[in-house]
Design a protein around this ligand. Structure first.
Ligand code: SAM
Ligand code: SF4
Length: 435
């Protein structure tokens, strides 16, 4: 039996892939260990979306590489987006790396490990493979009530700043029957909240089934559980999806709809594929259709050429739409993308200042938006106790944490909670009588 250790960086889709890698290795007589020091194989699944993520991972790889000095038999592998993007360059930066397998070739990990065992030195594996990893084997305990299912891999958009279409390739949707089965298995094993994942879930299309139909099919899996999805693309988010969300209590009233910028010029330069008017129309329709909808977004500050006035348009948009929360990032040039050919002309300190300004607005807005919940009763999923004070943590369909008084209550149950106060992003509430 060989022991393997896995680390995952980046998005939830990487976590899903990492769990798939674990399943593949376990199916081939490997056992997972919790510390790299005791492993024969150490694999790191990586993210390329911003330069900072890559730098951190290279530092981590150098640390893991030093473990090989104590354990020369250990094999060190790099998988995922960085491996796909950098290929042989990774071994130049961290010579102790034995194995490089790109995001589009993950099943090649096993044959590459076998080749290493035979004393061969396999080159970087980045050729896309048309088969994929086995779905993760769900392991549920009281702490883990959430399941994730990647429904579509890759991306067919061409946002000027984004490396994802390069690292993950074109869209491939998984077969709906496999997905419904996977959701079923997760629910049977105790999942109470399942999130369907993709870079653009709205463009899901397989075997004649589109995204609204997939939602309907997955939503029919019996049991008490809730369904979410992310990420939605403003261009492809349809009225039909909104109608389904409004009609099916199973579907959580939350949409993550990245806008990236409030400036029409910057949006165009980003090649985001929608106008600001279109985005505003989609939000208006969604808020009209879905009661109690929570809305979140992603923003990029300091895209090449972004003027102060254009940044202010982003601030104004955020103020106008009153997002429940948002994630803001400093633009990071990624070589090979269209934007990397433009000068990265916003100084780092100015990007930082714009980010800081947005975060101040975010804190104020989150506080204001959350005040509107005080006095309301919402269904929450009990997630467990916090380790410090024993408070019970729960989550609403809007993806908001509700802190409850310490009490005996089984994680995984759904209950009604009345919100008593709101502080920043957090709501504090009291449970009603049990159903
Ligand atoms: N597919 C999703 C979408 O269209 O929004 C998310 C893709 S990406 C993994 C997650 C977020 O990272 C993006 O929404 C964007 O805000 C940010 N991002 C992507 N590339 C970036 C870059 N080069 N610099 C800074 N932020 C970036
Ligand atoms: Fe990247 Fe745009 Fe695709 Fe999202 S939609 S993954 S930001 S190219």
């Amino acid at each position: 039996m060989k022991r393997f250790y896995l680390e995952s960086y980046g998005c939830q889709m990487n976590v899903y892939d990492t769990q798939g890698l674990a399943r593949m290795l376990e199916d081939h007589a490997f056992v997972r260990v919790a510390e790299p020091e005791t492993a024969d194989v150490v694999l790191v699944n990586t993210c390329s979306v911003r330069e900072h993520a890559e730098e951190r991972t290279l530092n981590r790889l150098a640390v893991l590489g030093r473990l090989k000095a104590q354990n020369p038999n250990m094999k060190l592998g790099v998988c995922g987006c960085m491996a796909q993007r950098m290929g042989a360059e990774i071994k130049k930066r961290v010579p102790r790396v034995d194995l490089v397998v790109g995001a589009q070739a993950l099943p090649a990990v096993l044959p590459a490990l076998e080749a290493l065992d035979r004393g061969e030195k396999p080159g970087p594996q980045v050729e896309p493979l048309d088969h994929y990893l086995p779905p993760p084997r769900p392991r549920f305990d009281a702490k883990n009530l959430k399941g994730f299912v990647t429904i579509i891999r890759g991306c067919n958009k061409a946002c000027a700043y984004c490396i994802v279409p390069t690292t993950r390739g074109p869209e491939v949707s998984r077969h709906p029957d496999d997905l419904v089965l996977e959701v079923h298995e997760l629910v049977l094993r105790g999942a109470r909240e399942i999130t369907l994942l993709g870079q653009n879930v709205n463009s899901y299309q397989s075997a004649g089934v589109d995204f609204p139909e997939l939602l309907a099919r997955c939503g029919k899996v019996p049991g008490k559980w809730r369904l979410r999805f992310t990420t939605s693309h403003p261009r492809d988010m349809s009225r039909e999806v909104m109608r389904r969300m409004a009609a099916a209590p199973r579907l959580a009233p939350w949409i993550h709809l990245p806008v990236q910028s409030g400036s029409p010029r910057v949006l165009k330069a980003m090649n985001r594929d929608y106008s600001l008017e279109h985005y505003l129309d989609v939000i208006e329709a969604a808020r009209e259709a879905i009661p109690d909808l929570a809305l979140t977004t992603d923003l990029i500050v300091g895209f090449p050429g972004e003027t102060e006035a254009e940044f202010e348009e982003t601030v104004a948009l955020v103020e106008r739409l009153r997002y429940d929360t948002f994630y803001a990032f400093k633009y990071s040039p990624r070589s090979g993308t269209a934007a990397a050919r433009l000068p990265d002309d916003i100084p780092s300190e100015l990007k930082q200042a714009r980010l800081a300004r947005l975060l101040v607005v975010q804190r104020r807005l989150a506080h204001e938006v959350n005040q509107a919940y005080v006095g309301r009763t919402l269904e929450v999923l009990i997630e467990g106790a916090d380790s410090r004070r024993g408070h019970v943590l729960s989550r609403t369909g809007q993806n908001k944490i509700v802190v409850l008084e310490p009490q005996e209550i089984a994680p995984g149950t759904f209950r009604d909670a009345t919100i008593e106060r709101a502080e920043g992003q957090t709501l504090y509430g009291r449970l009603g009588a049990s159903a």
